[in-house]
Structures are given as C-alpha cells and as structure tokens.
Design a protein around this ligand. Structure first.
Ligand code: SF4
Length: 388
C-alpha cells in the first residue's frame, strides 16, 4: 500500500467517533472487552494481558458539537473533559466496558469521579501514578496501584492475569514502542518524507487497533514512506511541545507544516513513547514496568521533576537529538500543567539561546490563519538568524 492509502485508512479510524474498529474487534470473538484510557499514560500491558483491548480516548476533536458536556464544566476549563463527557452521554462510548483516568491533573481526576456517578454499570478507575521515583517508595506505591488494576481486570475478565500473560504483553508493547521509535527517528532524519500530519494519524490508529496490528501498520507506513520520494523544502526544524493531552485539530498540525516548519519531535501521543526503551520481558513484570516508569520514561509537565536542575533537560535533549532549530509551545487553552510549566521551559530555552514561539488552541479551534501566520513568521526568523 502507498502512504496515501495507509493514511486514508488511519484518517477513517481517527474520524470514527462511534469506534467501529473497537466494535468489530469485540464482535470477532464472544466475551471480548475493551477498556478506555485517557492521556497521558497507563500501563496498557495489564489491559492487554487480561485479553482486553486498550482504547485511547482523546476527546471529541473538532467533529462533535459539545452540548450536554458544557453543562458539567465551567467555561474556564479545557475542552477535553467536556467533549469526553459528550461522547459518553451520547452513547458513543457504550462500546467500552471500563475507563481509566490517569492522574494527570485535577480536571481528569474530577472527571473520573463524575464518570463513576454517571456510568455506574461500567468499571471506572482513577489510576494514580507515582511522583516519587525511589523504588522503595514511589515504586512500591506504583506496584500496589498496578496490582489493584490487575486484580480488577482479572475479575472483569473472569480469569486472573498471570505473570506469563503480562510478560507476553510487555513483549508485544516493546515491539510497538520500537516501531514508533523507528518512525520518529525516520521523521527526524527526513521530515519531508514522513510529514507530521501523516505520522500523527498513524499514531492515532494505535488508540483503537490492537497493538500487534498497530505495530504492523506503523512498519507498513515506514516502508511505504521510504519507498517514495517527496520534495524537500527549506523548512525550519522544530520540536512541538505541550500537546500531550487535549489534541490540536489535524488542521492545526497541517497549518504548522504548511507555514514552513518541519516538526521533528512532539508529545502528541505520549503514551506510545512514554517508556524510553524496552521493558525486560523476564522477571517480575510489575516490578519491571515500575522501574521503566520511574527511571526510563519521558518528562512532561504533569510529572514531578525531583530536582530543579532537571527541569527542561528532556526538552533540551529532544532539541539536540533531533537536530531542532527551535521550539513551538502549543498547549490547550486552560491547560494548567502545560501552561504553568511553559514559562520555566521558556526561561531555559532563552538561557540556551534557542528560539521559540508559543500559542494556545482548543481541540475544535477553527481559525487556522493566525496560527499559520505566527508559525510562518517564526520559521522565517529561524532561517534569517541561521543565515546570519
Ligand atoms: S488539557 Fe490539560 S488541564 Fe485539560 S485535562 Fe488535559 S492536562 Fe488537564
């Protein structure tokens, strides 16, 4: 298949807010169950080991009108909890047998409480993540949290989740992460060959496909991209950061690219690249998942930095490793974690003389022209400075 065919398939999955792919997966065998999860990170290995399908829920995007969801939240709150409620209240999430709400911010925590009250027949869990990275403290807390999830899902599946099943699922997700890493490395190397608007759709397909199928899809896209030759432009290479939860509309990603920027790294679907290397598929599976989370995971604003001097290190590494020339801070309006961290990261970039620009969006942002102009001016200024 060509990149065009693969991307068209991914776009159909992305636009289907009735989750037909999940329905099809469930219908293919009796008793199958699907568990939704919100950004940023949950250990999908535990859901997979229970024989269930992990389903990423990233709000309603720009395709649904939020009517009922607005009644539950004040106006100065980001849009993702409202559009997620809208998805739930309109029956679009009926296909899910449960929902996980990771501890990313107060909004998601409150949403988990609302979900428990509103969808009493479903399994709902607020999944707490450690903010202490000592194995004996944060590690034992996290293993306890994962054990509770393991027991709950085992009960829901009618069968305990064995260590063997967990190890097998760890191996499956290692392959998936490897395929994503390869895709990201290729995009950074030759961004004109794998535009971010396409790569994004390939990643989003991982929200509804089983990991084995998604790994195959990511590899198929990579092979197709390598086989094609596309025009190379003199664009500015940028890291896009702050978009880890509520997602920008696809049109906004395209606008940034059309303005003259090559996005060479991002934090859109952080769950797929959260763990930075393979999790050992031998030994105690929960202990290994815990160690990977505590010591070898991505940094983001909803994760505590133990030492002040660690702030910004991850972003600086992204810039260096991907050969970026600047940073685009793109965060959802009213996103406390992203917007509170932004000035600290900007100060660090200023110290290192790395140019940046910043704006806010909502998942249903309609006006792309101002963002395109801003990103275009930023790309031009990078090109002018680098030519000086
Ligand atoms: S967009 Fe930001 S504030 Fe809103 S739910 Fe996500 S992390 Fe929380």
């Amino acid at each position: 298949m060509s990149t065009k065919d693969i991307v068209a398939r991914c776009e159909r999955l992305f636009e289907d807010l009735r989750f037909g792919a999940v329905k099809d997966w469930k219908a293919a065998a009796p008793g199958r169950k699907a568990i939704g999860y919100m950004p940023i990170y949950v250990p999908r290995e535990i859901i997979h080991a229970a024989g269930m399908l992990p389903v990423g829920i990233f709000g309603g995007g720009d395709q649904i009108e939020v009517i009922q969801g607005d009644a539950y939240y004040q106006s100065y709150i980001c849009r993702i909890p409202r559009s997620t409620l809208e998805l739930g209240l309109t029956g679009r999430l009926d296909v899910l047998d449960g929902m996980l709400f990771p501890s990313i911010c107060d909004v998601i925590r409150n949403l988990s409480g609302m979900w428990q009250i509103m969808f009493k027949d479903k399994y709902v869990k607020y999944f707490d993540l450690p903010q202490n990275y000592d194995d004996a403290t944060g590690g034992s807390f996290y293993i306890h949290e994962m054990s509770a999830l393991r027991a709950d899902l085992g009960k829901l599946a009618g069968k305990e989740i064995s260590d063997e099943a967990l190890r097998a699922s760890i191996a499956v997700y290692n392959e998936n992460r490897k395929a994503i890493r390869e895709l990201y490395a290729y995009r950074a190397e030759q961004p004109w060959q794998a535009p971010t608007s396409e790569l994004y759709l390939v990643l989003r397909a991982g929200c509804v496909l089983p990991p084995e199928a998604h790994t195959a899809l990511a590899r198929e896209y990579l092979a197709a991209a390598r086989a094609e030759t596309r025009p190379r432009r003199d664009n500015a290479r940028v890291v896009l950061t702050g978009s880890f939860c509520e997602q920008p509309p696809l049109g906004l990603i395209k606008s940034i690219e059309m303005s003259g920027c090559y996005v060479v790294d991002d934090d859109f679907q952080l769950i797929q690249s959260w763990l930075l290397d393979d999790v050992p598929a031998e030994g105690d599976p929960l202990a290994e998942l815990s160690k990977a989370f505590l010591h070898r995971s991505a940094a983001t604003s909803s994760k505590y930095d133990e030492k002040k001097e660690d702030k910004g290190k991850f972003l600086l590494r992204q810039i260096r490793d991907r050969g970026a020339e600047g940073v685009v801070f793109a965060a959802p309006s009213f996103c406390d974690p992203a917007l509170l961290e932004r000035p600290m990261l900007q100060a660090i970039l200023a110290q290192h003389k790395i140019p940046y620009t910043a704006f806010k969006y909502a998942e249903n942002t309609g006006q792309m022209a101002p963002i395109r102009e801003q990103a275009g001016t930023f790309a031009d200024s990078i090109k002018l400075w680098s030519a000086a």
